[in-house]
Design a protein around this ligand. Sequence first.
Ligand code: ADP
Length: 429
Amino acid sequence: MSIVLGAIADDFTGATDLANNLVRAGMRCVQVIGVPPHDLALEDVDAVVVALKSRSTPAPQAVTDSLAALAWLQAHGTHQIFFKYCSTFDSTDQGNIGPVSDALLERLGGRQTVMVPAFPLNRRTVYQGHLFVGDRLLNDSGMEHHPLNPMCDADLVRVLSRQTSHSVGLVSHEVEAQGSRAVREHLDHLAGQGVRHVICDTLDEADLEILAGAIVDYPLVTGGSGLGQALPVEYRRQGWLQDVTDAGRLAPAEGAPLVLSGSCSRATLAQVEHFLASHPGYELDPLALAEDNGQLEDALAFARTHLQDADNDGPVLIYASTTPERVKQAQKALGTEAAGRLVEDAMASLARTLVQEGVGRLLVAGGETSGAVVSALNIQQLRIGHQIDPGVPWTQAPIAGRAAPLSLALKSGNFGEIDFFTRAFEVLK
Ligand code: ADP
């Protein structure tokens, strides 16, 4: 098998975001969780996105993990490697965008790579090397207060120069306005001067297409998921992609529908409330879970009753989602980490048991909650299906002991419209 695009993503939801864009642009795609075993059975796909947790780890660890992902992708025969990071260039002076790009490029033997973080659809643009979020410069967008990687400088040439010993250049919008060939000539000129990393201006989708045309033969490209929208067009032009009518087609979904929500983000709270107005739900409380007073067994019994009820073929919700005040209360009583862990462990255990008992369509709300469920179910790969709402596709995962794959949607906190928990299951039909 040969993979056209092999992506190494520095976090889980970023990986899904890219995978979702690739499918929408017509590539069949699988997301793998961490570096998979060498003999992982893969379906016939055009793209593989390896989801790492390397955004905020120490740079040497991020480099080691990224090189391991690269080795796996190379062993499976990959045309182009894509290092995917956040559209707000989340990093610090120590890394990890510079060190990881340096290491990947060196291992691939390339002389130059590009940095294309922009995602114009989400109003992340780059002009004269400066990153904008909407109409604000990056350092005035709220990102300057990020707890892990505060972004206090919008000049990406300068930002990246602090993360690498190699020289960093720019392809400006003026050059892009002259088309892909002019961009390539400029890149070659910079390469001749020893410029290894090139920040690329991007104002709109047209700029992404022009860039994709100039770099389709680069062994390594880097950027946000916006570039993932533009590359497939070029791959098709090169004749690298098979003609498939529906890249997001999954096997028919089988099994009962369940929603598990451990997200307390504002969008999720509205989705929970909307769902409960017309569907059954059971609320978990970390304080009760801590007392071990049988709440988990109660929740299981509740889910079983509803899922076995022949008159009810709609989804059932089990949730710990609650207001910021009640979250704080639980955190004060139990400690923030312990409260979170109690809820995550409960969700993981519910998922394990209920999937064994016949749940086949599972929606999980919450990034950390999703991580806990995915690892409880021992999931190594997700085939990416159709989008429910921007950034959140249905996926399918093979599960040991189940004939049909599990249909799984993993929604991070603030994603999705208010009717997400019900509409998701409609989309699947
Ligand atoms: P999001 O994507 O919205 O940030 P996450 O699942 O990533 O959601 O994070 C939510 C965290 O809050 C998880 O660790 C979860 O276990 C925890 N949590 C959920 N419900 C409660 C609650 N009622 N009290 C305290 N912590 C909670």
